[in-house]
Design a protein around this ligand. Structure first.
Ligand code: MN
Length: 407
C-alpha cells in the first residue's frame, strides 16, 4: 500500500469513527488526490480561481416559493415549443426546489471535456461538453414531455416519477481536477434532497465526483458500481495526470471509496487490459464481465445492492452508438443495454447514474447515438418507476405486450 493510500485509509477510519469531523468540512479533502500540496502535479491556480463556479447573487431576484418551475408553454407540446429542458421536465435551481418539488430523479448536465490541447481524458478530443444541451434539443419526433410509456413493462414513468432538469454544472478552465469539486457539490445538493441524480454528457472522469458525493451521502464503500464500458478504466499508468478517463476507478479503489468487489464491469473488450492491469483487477476482486458473459450473471451479482450506474457510451456497439470518442466493435446491442437498464432499475435501489462520453459533433444527422442515450435513460426511469409501483421481477414483461394482449 502506498503512503498516500495509507493516509487516505487512516482518514477514512477517523471519519467512520467521528463522522462529524468529516461532514463539517463539506467533503473529505483527502478524496481529492490532487490537493496534496507536496505533489508536483497539483494544479496551480490564479487569484480569480473560483470565478467560473462562484454562485450568482440571487438576493435581488423576485421572491418565489421553493419548487419546480415548468418552462413549457403548451400542455401537449413538442419539446422545441417551449424552453428546452431534458425530457421536457420542469426546472429546479436549488436543493430547496428539489425538496419542495418532491423530485424523484434530477437530470444534471455534465460539461467537463477535453479541450484538444490539454488532454484530460484519454481521447484528447473535444465535444462531449455539448452532449447535455444536445439531449435537451434532441431531434426526436417521439419526444413528448407528457408521454413516457415503456413497452416491455407497460409502465408510464412520466406520470409515476417526478423529474426535474437541474441544469449544467460549471467548470474551471484548464483546471479540470477542480471541476470535480464543483460536480461533487452539485450532486450533493441533489442527494441531500433525496433525489437520484442522473448525469448526462462530458467525459468519464466526472464519475469520480459521483463516487465522492455518494461516499459522502452513504459512507465510503457502501454503494455498488455498475460500470458499463468497452474499457476497464483502471489503468495503472497515470499518463502524466493524477487522474484521467482511464484510471479513475483504480484511484477510487486506492482511495478506499469503492471496494474492488463492489465494482461490477460490463462489456469489457478492446485491446485492454494488459496482463499487469488484469492482475491488479483480479487482486482487488473487481468483477469484470467481458462481452463473453451474459446479463443474468450480472443481475445475480447486483442482487440486494445500492447501485450507482456509470455508463460510458462506448460500452455499446458502434453500430448502435457511433458518436463516441473511442469506438470498439463487439459491444452491447441496443436490446441488451436497454434490458439491463430496465432490469437493474426494477431489481435494485439505484442511487445515481451517469451517461458519459457522447460526442454530438460526431453524431449523424439523425442523432442516432443521442437517441440511444435518451432511450437508455428512459428504460432506467421505467425500471425505477416499476419498482416504485411494486414490480419485483427484473425480467418482468407486461401481459398486455404479450400474445396480442390476451395473455
Ligand atoms: Mn470509460
Amino acid at each position: 500500500m502506498s503512503r498516500k493510500s495509507a493516509a487516505a485509509l487512516a482518514l477514512l477510519a477517523l471519519c467512520l469513527a467521528l463522522p462529524a469531523i468529516c461532514s463539517a468540512a463539506g467533503f473529505n479533502q483527502s478524496w481529492f488526490v490532487w490537493q496534496d500540496p507536496s505533489d508536483a502535479f497539483v494544479t496551480r491556480l490564479g487569484k480569480d480561481k473560483d470565478l467560473m463556479t462562484t454562485r450568482r447573487d440571487t438576493s435581488k431576484d423576485p421572491k418565489r416559493e421553493a419548487g419546480l418551475v415548468n418552462p413549457q408553454r403548451y400542455a401537449f407540446g413538442l419539446l422545441q415549443a417551449g424552453f428546452p429542458t431534458y425530457l421536457g421536465a420542469p426546472m429546479a435551481f436549488t436543493t430547496d426546489d428539489l425538496k419542495a418539488g418532491k423530485v424523484d430523479v434530477a437530470l444534471v448536465g455534465m460539461v467537463v471535456d477535453d479541450n484538444g490541447g490539454e488532454c484530460w481524458g484519454s481521447t484528447c478530443m473535444t465535444g462531449a461538453r455539448f452532449a447535455a444541451n444536445a439531449m435537451r434539443t434532441l431531434r426526436d419526433w417521439m419526444n413528448f414531455p407528457t408521454q413516457g410509456t415503456d413497452n416491455y413493462i407497460g409502465v408510464d414513468y412520466a406520470s409515476q416519477l417526478t423529474l426535474a432538469d437541474y441544469g449544467n454544472v460549471g467548470v474551471y478552465y484548464n483546471a479540470p481536477e477542480r471541476s470535480l469539486e464543483e460536480i461533487h457539490k452539485v450532486l450533493s445538493e441533489v442527494l441531500d434532497a433525496g433525489a437520484v441524480p442522473i448525469g448526462v454528457g462530458g467525459t468519464h472522469i466526472q464519475s469520480y465526483a459521483f463516487i465522492t458525493a455518494l461516499a459522502q451521502k452513504y459512507g465510503p464503500q457502501n454503494v455498488t458500481l455498475l460500470h458499463i464500458d468497452a474499457h476497464h478504466d483502471a489503468y495503472l499508468a497515470d499518463l502524466g495526470r493524477l487522474m484521467h478517463n482511464g484510471n479513475l476507478l483504480r484511484v477510487a479503489v486506492e482511495q478506499g471509496l469503492v471496494r474492488g468487489r463492489d465494482l461490477i464491469q460490463v462489456g469489457l473488450r478492446s485491446h485492454v487490459p494488459d496482463a499487469k492491469t488484469m492482475a491488479w483487477m483480479r487482486q482487488n476482486g473487481i468483477r469484470s464481465h467481458f462481452m463473453a458473459e451474459v446479463l443474468g450473471r450480472i443481475l445475480d451479482e447486483l442482487k440486494g445492492r445500492k447501485v450507482y450506474i456509470t455508463f460510458d457510451m462506448d460500452g455499446l456497439d458502434p453500430s448502435t452508438a457511433p458518436a463516441v470518442g473511442t469506438q470498439d466493435p463487439d459491444g452491447l446491442t441496443a436490446t441488451q443495454a436497454l434490458q439491463l437498464m430496465r432490469a437493474v432499475g426494477i431489481q435494485n435501489e439505484v442511487v445515481a447514474a451517469d451517461f458519459m462520453e457522447y460526442f454530438p459533433l460526431l453524431d449523424d444527422g439523425h442523432q442516432t447515438t443521442g437517441i440511444m442515450l435518451d432511450r437508455l435513460i428512459r428504460a432506467l426511469l421505467a425500471g425505477i418507476a416499476a419498482r416504485k409501483q411494486g414490480i419485483t421481477d427484473p425480467l418482468y414483461l407486461n401481459p398486455e405486450r404479450i400474445d396480442h394482449g390476451t395473455a
